[in-house]
Design a protein around this ligand. Structure first.
Ligand SMILES: O=C(O)C(=O)C[C@H](O)[C@@H](O)CO
Length: 255
């Protein structure tokens, strides 16, 4: 059996825009539904959603037939968590709260087998189709995609150094936490935050590293794409459900 090609990794490296959906519902059925919507990627979140490894396995199984490449965000930049996420079959990870080049190096090391990293070798995890992918241990590193998340002003000040760490495939800006760290909690549209988000992508373009971001505001999403963000989550499964359900209830409750 062959190793899966990581379509997302190769697409961002080639500069092909990737439109994604953020998934926090922790529902395999919802994941199955939205993974067929035509998105390029779907982010399964372990940081702010009630997902542990068993849920992450089920979510990826549900999304397997769809068009969207799963990306998993472990709850923290932790080698054990990252190993478990990769063993679950994820080939792309978004590592939160990377503050320094050293932390970026730790994230990359956790995601790669030796000699490039320190990932522990499992003989028959889901990642290797339970041992059926021939030569998995020697091939896996090439298809792993490490995205690091910058979400504070301190990290932004070192964005060039973080982005150019060997093995970092892309940098994702976390607008919520970035705005909080800049003294504008919950106000991602604040001009200072927007300027920081624009500055970030300018720097990432300068060093040749793909940039990602998340927003459910369509105007913001278009602006971020215009600025050069290459992988953009344009909404979330929670947002789609709450907005749709609220609008439907309102339509009939006001009759
Ligand atoms: O800082 C951010 O923005 C993020 O990290 C995304 C958030 O965690 C959140 O919007 C996900 O529901």
């Amino acid at each position: 059996m062959d190793l899966n090609r990581n379509a997302f990794k190769h697409a961002i490296a080639a500069g092909t825009r990737q439109i994604g959906l953020w998934s926090s519902l922790s529902s395999s059925t919802a994941a199955e539904i939205v993974s067929d919507s035509g998105f390029d990627w779907i982010l399964f979140d372990m940081e702010h959603a009630p997902n542990d490894i068993a849920e992450i396995v089920a979510l990826q199984q549900a999304a397997q037939a769809g068009s969207a490449t799963p990306i998993v965000r472990p709850a923290w930049n932790d080698a054990v968590l990252i190993k478990r996420v990769l063993d679950s079959g994820a080939q792309s990870i978004l590592v939160p709260f990377v503050q320094t080049p050293e932390e970026a190096r730790q994230a990359v090391a956790a995601a790669k087998y030796p000699p490039e990293g320190i990932r522990g070798a499992a003989g028959s995890a889901r990642a290797s189709r339970y041992g059926r992918v021939s030569g998995y241990l020697n091939k896996a590193n090439a298809e792993i995609c490490v995205l690091v998340q910058i979400e504070t002003g301190e990290a932004l000040a070192q964005i060039d150094e973080i982005a150019t760490v060997e093995g970092v495939d892309g940098v994702f800006i976390g607008p919520n936490d970035l705005s909080a760290s800049m003294g504008h909690l919950g106000n991602m549209g604040h001009p200072e935050v927007q300027a920081a988000i624009e500055h970030a992508v300018t720097r990432l373009k300068a060093v040749g590293k793909p940039a990602g971001i998340l927003t459910s505001n369509h105007d913001e999403a278009r602006r971020y794409i215009d600025w050069g963000y290459g992988f953009v989550a344009v909404g979330s499964d929670v947002g789609l459900l709450t907005k749709g359900a609220d609008a439907l209830a309102k339509t009939f409750k006001t009759l």
